[in-house]
Write a protein of this length. Structure first.
Length: 499
């Protein structure tokens, strides 16, 4: 197959491989001749369209024609313009679709924590309360890693990591609280078997206040060191604490736990014209499957919901959740407008090169990652999960910031779809799912799973089963490429004054 019409109402088809000027498309009993060479992943118009009229893809408008267009014409960012404007008023029109997905009683091998949460990794972390002690944190981790390598500590399936960041001081109001919340969430994350909270002592993020934010935490597995209060070598004292935490974590074992304990973040980046055809629908099917098992998925990237937001709003289980979703959308639009930026300032140059022409085009493909399940929770930035099922989370589209926010909310892994590829990972396993087979073959050191098979003849149910098996293997300890490569970092959302 050379092209696909995604929805019967669409006025474009998407080329599944490069097509040349003069080639033909047969659609609805008519033959349309291509007027230009068109790359794979890009759109070809199948109806003459007047300037100002909507272009339809996925069954929804993705913008309007900037000029009169002819059937067979390549539709791209030069002749298609967004319909997006500022904040809007919305009406709740619930859809209430009932998904018929069987509970399969699947399990994975995870680490059960005393508070009932389950980790899919058992790592020991140093979490600085302020960027000033990043170097100290790194030295402490390096020393303990060397002791493990030398046989001075038991060899175990326990990795150590210091989570560098630039903040914790010289921040005001929401910025300061964002930093504190994300760091709190990392300390409390179930993928860690022990945490050393490392403080300087004079920072705005005061150590005692920060520890109070943790609530009823495990005091055997979470320790605080304030470096300014150490008489002598803070590295030696921190190393002794981390050494003890490592020994405790090394004794932890995996046990069989139900798939309902799994929490996954849904993210895309470096998207292309295949994202809404292959990888995002596959992840959406998985999300629906996981929710049916009693598990949890979280969709974020709020600016990449613009243009598809009513679909999500009308899947909210209650009017209260609907109102929270409206606030989620309009607050982010106000954020754009307050900085003098249009709400449709998206997609990226890479998206456009891959066949995505407007933010609506991107959003309608992006939101397919959350399938069709009802929305059961809405989270502010830095919030931790409260409700199982599908949740929406406030965070920007930036890959590093959004992935960190998903993990901070409590996701044990992030499912990351991509058409152009990216090597990065956040502080939990960050699984890369390619939208096309070319990327999968060219970047095996980045990509973990190939959704491009969907346009090469593999049926969705078959590929979904393979994907479910793969995700559960990762949850049971199989490393994904960002872990193999050691590409791991955190990024905290900043929007304000630095003193």
């Amino acid at each position: 197959m050379e092209y696909i019409k995604i929805n019967p109402a669409d006025s474009v088809v998407v080329c599944l491989q490069p097509m040349q000027k003069g080639e033909s498309i047969e659609m609805d009993g008519q033959v349309i001749e291509l007027l230009q060479d068109t790359p794979a992943g890009h759109k070809v118009l199948i109806n003459d369209t007047k300037a100002g009229a909507d272009i339809i893809k996925y069954g929804y408008p993705i913008g309007h024609a900037a000029e009169d267009l002819k059937a067979g014409q390549w539709v791209n960012e030069h002749n298609l313009k967004t319909n997006l404007k500022g904040t809007l008023t919305y009406t709740y029109e619930p859809v209430g679709e009932q998904l018929q997905i069987a509970c399969e009683n699947r399990t994975f091998r995870g680490y059960e924590r005393p508070n009932g949460e389950v980790g899919i990794r058992n790592e020991v972390w140093v979490v600085p309360t302020v960027g000033c002690v990043n170097g100290v944190a790194e030295r402490i981790v390096n020393i303990v890693e060397q002791e493990v390598a030398a046989g001075l500590l038991p060899v175990a399936d326990v990795k150590l990591h210091a989570w560098h960041h630039n903040y914790g001081c010289s921040q005001l109001s929401d910025d300061h609280e964002n930093t504190r919340k994300i760091l709190r969430d990392i300390v409390l994350h179930p993928n860690t078997g022990g945490v050393l909270v490392l403080s300087l002592g004079c920072e705005n993020n005061q150590p005692e206040d920060f520890m109070a934010m943790l609530g009823d935490y495990d005091r055997e597995r979470v320790k605080l060191l304030v470096t300014q209060r150490v008489d002598g070598d803070e590295v030696a004292e921190g190393t002794a604490i981390l050494r003890d935490l490592y020994r405790q974590a090394a004794a932890d074992v995996r046990t069989e736990v139900p798939a309902s304990k799994l929490r996954v973040g849904l993210k895309c980046g470096g998207s292309d014209g295949f994202s809404g055809i292959t990888a995002n629908p596959l992840v959406g099917e998985f999300s629906d499957w996981l929710v049916a098992q009693g598990g949890t998925s979280i969709l974020t990237e709020v600016p990449e919901m613009f243009g598809a937001e009513t679909i999500l709003m009308n899947r909210c289980e209650t009017p209260e959740l609907f109102e929270q979703t409206v606030k989620l959308i309009n607050d982010f639009k106000e954020y754009f407008l307050s900085h003098g930026e249009p709400v449709g300032e998206n997609p990226s140059p890479g998206n456009k090169a891959g066949g995505i022409s407007t933010l609506e085009d991107k959003a309608l493909g992006c939101t397919q990652k959350c399938g069709r399940a009802p929305v059961s929770g809405v989270l502010a930035y830095g919030d931790r999960l409260q409700a199982s099922g599908l949740n929406l989370l406030s965070a920007p589209g930036n890959d590093l910031v959004a992935a960190t926010a998903l993990a901070s909310a409590g996701c044990q892994m992030v499912l990351f779809t991509t058409g152009r590829g990216t090597p990065f990972g956040t502080f939990v396993p960050t699984m890369k799912i390619s939208t096309n087979s070319t990327l999968y073959k060219n970047k095996p050191n980045w990509i973990d799973f190939n959704a491009g098979k969907l346009v090469e003849g593999t049926p969705m149910p078959e590929l979904l089963q393979q994907f479910v098996d793969f995700v559960l293997e990762v949850a049971s300890g199989r490393e994904v490429q960002n872990e193999v490569n050691g590409y791991r970092e955190i990024s905290i959302f900043k929007n304000g004054v630095t003193l």
